[in-house]
Design a protein around this ligand. Structure first.
Ligand code: ATP
Length: 298
């Protein structure tokens, strides 16, 4: 379990992380969200022991972060930190040995992962000859070869096609099943929605929203109606509680203040030919924009 307790970090007068606390349980995938400059990288660097917090504590399974503990952490970022002149095999052996593994064990695990990612043939190829997506797979394998207790994924899907996103997704669930705690950070909200049950949103180093995604969506009472039909938009816009009516490519999206307003909308459209009427929860992207936008203006 990773426990971050009241950590703060300033660069000169700039308070980059402000009294931040959260817990990532064993086998949990935790979303760390924030706009550019919110303090995510600074937080990761403190968790990995590359930067000391000015105040507060970080522990992994009860132990304060030091070199012994950081051996139990894996990190995948969109900036590739690969040694491109090496072959895949040399690279992974290099990282495995740095983490205290023996070569035999590394090779056994490497074969397993290469098969999982469907790139068995690339074992003796130089990293620089691989496509970006395949380089990202090698970076992932290098980060998890030692079976870390904590894995930090910072925009891990950049540059991946949907088939490879699916392969990564399966690999992440596999690690979760093995009990690995995972911090997942991305600006792509659909990826956060796909993985994270629990999340926090940071603005200027401070938490503005925290909790389970399903509770966050429930509490954020605003909902959307998706509707297909021949309707009078002006009439809909007049209904109290209707916040906006947007014409999307193939349907209308009606933003409403709360679920009760949907019944009024439904009553109004019953005289029209409607082929779809669905009340949806807001997307995480909408909630993010609302929360972060609110605070940015302050
Ligand atoms: P992004 O999504 O753009 O990667 P982030 O959430 O990772 O952003 P950080 O990189 O942690 O944000 O930056 C938080 C704040 O700290 C920003 O105001 C940034 O300018 C500042 N900062 C980050 N690194 C340094 C540094 N080495 N020296 C001085 N200021 C820094």
């Amino acid at each position: 379990m990773l426990k971050v307790e009241k950590i703060s970090k300033s660069y000169g007068n700039n308070l980059a992380v402000n009294d931040l606390s959260f817990v990532v349980e064993r086998g949990e995938i935790f979303g760390l969200l924030g706009a550019n400059g919110a303090g995510k990288t600074t937080t990761f660097r403190m968790i990995m022991g590359l930067l000391d917090p000015d105040s507060g504590y970080i522990t992994l399974d009860g132990k304060p972060i030091d070199y012994g503990v950081t051996d139990n952490i894996g990190f995948v970022t969109e900036e590739r930190s690969l040694l491109t002149k090496m072959t895949v095999k040399e690279q992974v052996i290099y990282y495995g040995i740095l983490k205290g593994m023996v070569e035999e064990e590394i090779l056994e695990k490497l074969d397993w992962w290469l098969k999982k990612f469907q790139i068995q043939d690339y074992k003796n190829r130089k990293i620089k000859e691989l496509s970006k997506g395949n380089q990202q797979k090698i970076q992932f394998i290098s980060a998890v070869i030692h079976e870390p207790k904590l894995l930090i994924l910072d925009e891990p899907f950049t540059g991946l096609d949907p088939i490879n996103v699916k392969l990564f997704q399966d690999a992440i669930y596999e690690l979760q099943k093995q009990g690995c705690s995972i911090i997942f950070s991305s600006h792509q909200m659909e990826h956060i929605e796909m993985f994270c049950e629990k999340l926090i949103i940071l603005v200027k180093g401070k938490v503005v929203l925290a909790g389970y995604l399903k509770d966050i969506k429930k509490e954020y009472r605003k909902k959307n109606i998706k509707l297909v039909g021949d309707i009078d938009l002006v009439e809909l816009k007049k209904i109290p509680g209707v916040l906006a009516v947007n014409a999307l490519a193939n349907e209308y999206e009606i933003k409403i203040r709360e679920e009760e307003v949907a019944y009024e909308v439904f009553k109004k459209i019953s005289k029209y030919k409607v082929s779809k009427f669905v009340i949806e929860e807001p997307s995480l992207s909408e909630i993010f924009i609302a929360k972060v936008g609110e605070k940015y203006g302050e």
